[in-house]
Design a protein around this ligand. Structure first.
Ligand code: COA
Length: 161
């Protein structure tokens, strides 16, 4: 596999049951599995494949309420990290959001806030967030991970028509 993201043909699609173990492997390798509640299922997940090989190279979940989406568990396969793929995939989330008729995408991160800053998402101050769905999510993170929460940053991507 070539490692230049512009040479890869990336295909984002809704995950299916058969992808689940593969997704969990990617999340485990990426160090995100410990942050999952255990209640997640493949149904909120998307896979990103290198379509020439049909191999999953990354994944993310989107939790949706009304027209708001929260991006969670965003991860690139460990052996492919640091090659620009994450940025390409994060910037293509706008296409997934449009397909889902979302108005806004949010994400929160303490693992890699400096990564999100490099994408089309914009950092947003907690006191500027007025969406209850996202605020409830943020509050649940604070409750479950009080130490990590100290370095959390929040990001927003408005989806324009
Ligand atoms: C974070 C992650 C998704 C980034 O994907 P990636 O393909 O490795 O990142 P990219 O190569 O596209 O990097 C894009 C930019 O972000 C920066 N960056 C990437 N990961 C970073 C990190 N962890 N911390 C700080 N900066 C980071 C890169 O230096 C690059 O900067 P540049 O555009 O100035 O060159 C990926 O490394 C990963 O899956 N990490 C483990 C899981 C994780 O932390 N997920 C995020 C949960 S919110």
């Amino acid at each position: 596999m070539t490692n230049n993201p512009t040479d890869l043909q990336l295909k984002t699609e809704k995950a299916s049951q058969k992808d689940w173990l593969n997704i969990l492997d990617i999340l485990k390798e990426a160090g995100l599995k410990g942050y999952m509640s255990g209640k997640e299922t493949y149904e909120s997940f998307y896979t990103v494949k290198d379509s020439s090989k049909n191999q999953i190279i990354g994944c993310f979940a989107i939790s949706i309420k009304d027209s708001i989406g929260i991006v969670k568990s965003f991860a690139i396969k460990k052996s492919l990290q640091g090659k620009g793929l994450g940025k390409v995939i994060a910037n293509s989330l706008i296409n997934t959001a449009k397909e889902l008729n979302l108005k806004t995408l949010y994400a929160s991160s303490w693992e890699a806030p400096r990564f999100w800053i490099k994408t089309n998402f914009e950092e947003i101050n907690l006191n500027k967030i007025n969406n209850k769905f996202f605020l409830d999510y943020i509050n649940s993170l604070e409750k479950d991970f009080p130490d990590l929460f100290k370095s959390i940053k929040h990001f927003v991507l408005p989806i324009k028509d």
